[in-house]
Write a protein that binds this ligand. Sequence first.
Ligand code: GDP
Length: 197
Amino acid sequence: QLLERARYLLSAHNARQLPPDEGAEVAFAGRSNAGKSSALNALTRQNALARVSKTPGRTQQLVYFQVTPEAHLVDLPGYGYAKVPQELQAHWQAFIDNYFRTRDALKGLVVVMDIRHPLKDYDRQMLAYAVQRGLPAHALLTKADKLGRGQQAQTLQKVRKDMAAAFGDLVSVQTFSGESKQGVDEARAVIGGWLGL
Ligand code: GDP
């Protein structure tokens, strides 16, 4: 599978630093600590791919990974960092807002949520960004290994229903674990489809 070819390409902290708006890209969003880096590593079958996103100073950048010259994964900054100064917060909001509204290459959004704390305000905002533009979004309920099978199924059903009611049929959801690799193939199929791989 081509996702394994993912390599760090660049980090952008403003619109001018983005690569040309060509080809296809899939963006990854999630609250800090939700398990987004672990998910990116599991999906690309690499141990440290997303470590670069956590480098101090890079937490407020879009980190691009190249899969092929026409296909990219984009790691959005983990939201929920309390310590970001308000001015920077506003700059970010505008940048991300603009990115979602205007980026032609963006073909889909993956929202990573801890299965024990799904659909917080920020998650809903990211899903709304995608759906407003007619883009599909796929949610990973990660750290599924922390719950038993029964609880996983129950949460999945509840979140699926809630998301469908709020966002319609452009959104989908599955259970996932970067630890046990549960759900990796399912997620890779969705992302690979969006990227045209
Ligand atoms: P990020 O801030 O969203 O990038 O989160 P990380 O991927 O760095 O994960 C945050 C913490 O959750 C780390 O301690 C990970 O080891 C742990 N973690 C991430 N994914 C999983 C998972 O699927 N299962 C379990 N049990 N722990 C996980």
